[in-house]
Design a binder for this molecule. Structure first.
Ligand SMILES: [Fe+2]
Length: 313
């Protein structure tokens, strides 16, 4: 039995030296300012979460992953773990309660509850027709406008780790994550471990946390859901036009099944737009595959060296 079952990935916290430039990138990527203080920038998606990304000011560094829980008792439980903080009030925009933990690689994990909710942002969308559902926008004209993608919500994070078995055990035992897909090398070592939330019968994204074996611990990327393939393509052209660095994409993933597009911010934090993920619930039995030739999907750009070797401390 895990100690608790996390309800969601709440936010990612990073630090960069220039908050103005960080905000420009985030807006170009499709997030919206929720708040900004003298020390930090809080960005939201279109969904009801007050913020899904925090940027503090200072030398570039990955600071923490935030996971949300559905009730405050879970925080009490976690606060009794060795090395955990007490339950503390979050003295930041949105408020709420928090317990700080440290994972086996030394990353801070902030488990939170009760952060403010906000009114969702509505975007004009044109439903997509396909051969079996061909009347989704019957009788209307789809006039798409150029511009940035519209981020809806935070989906997943990817950590590179030299201690994959220990990290995997910790996240599953502490936060109740479930295995969706794993890739195992010839010696039996796990190379990639895709883990999802356990929300019982409710269907969730194929992965909320991917652990990738590598020589150095760090953050590989953070991924946000956008509306659909049009929104993702609009975002791609927008970021390309502004001269940002494309890392990998556009393509369709094998593991998770989503359409993806990866970009670097000015300090080499990598962010993904995705749409159309596999959705699984707690009944799904995870799948283990032997060594795969590559992680290239059925179409799209081949995986880049930059993507495979990236780990931001
Ligand atoms: Fe991803």
């Amino acid at each position: 039995m895990p100690i608790i079952r996390a309800a969601d990935l709440a936010y990612v916290r990073v630090r960069v030296p220039d908050l103005d430039r960080a905000e420009t990138f985030m807006q170009d990527f499709g997030l919206v300012r929720a708040d900004r203080t003298g020390q930090a920038l809080y960005m939201r998606g279109a969904g009801p979460d007050h913020h899904v990304h925090i940027t503090e000011e200072g030398p570039a560094k990955f600071l923490a992953l935030g996971f949300a829980v559905d009730n405050a008792e879970d925080l009490d439980c976690l606060s009794r773990l060795p090395g955990a903080s007490k339950v503390e009030r979050i003295e930041e925009p949105g408020g709420g309660l928090r317990v700080r933990l440290t994972d086996p690689d030394g990353h801070t994990v902030e488990v939170v509850h009760g952060i403010a909710r906000v009114e969702p942002i509505q975007h004009v969308r044109h439903p997509l027709n396909d051969a079996t559902e061909g009347l989704r926008r019957a009788g209307t004209l789809a006039r798409h406008e150029r511009g940035c993608a519209n981020v809806l919500r935070l989906g997943h994070a990817v950590l590179v780790t030299p201690e994959l078995p220990r990290m995997r055990a910790w996240y599953r035992e502490t936060l109740g994550l479930l295995m969706s897909d794993e890739i195992v090398g010839p010696g039996g070592e796990v190379g990639l471990s895709f883990n999802r939330l356990d929300r019982g019968a409710e269907f969730v994204d194929h992965h909320v946390l991917l652990l990738q074996a590598g020589p150095k611990a760090g953050l590989n990327h953070v991924a946000f859901e956008v509306h659909d393939v049009d929104d993702l393509m609009l975002g791609h052209e927008h970021l390309q036009g502004l001269g940002y660095e494309s890392v990998w994409g556009i393509g369709r993933h094998v593991y998770g099944g989503q359409i993806f597009d990866y970009w670097m911010d000015p300090w080499e934090f990598m962010y993904e737009h995705w749409t159309d993920s596999d959705r699984l619930n707690a009944e799904f039995r995870g799948v283990t595959e032997g060594t795969v030739e590559s992680i290239n999907g059925p179409w799209g750009q081949q995986v880049t060296h930059r993507f495979l070797t990236h780990a931001h401390e």
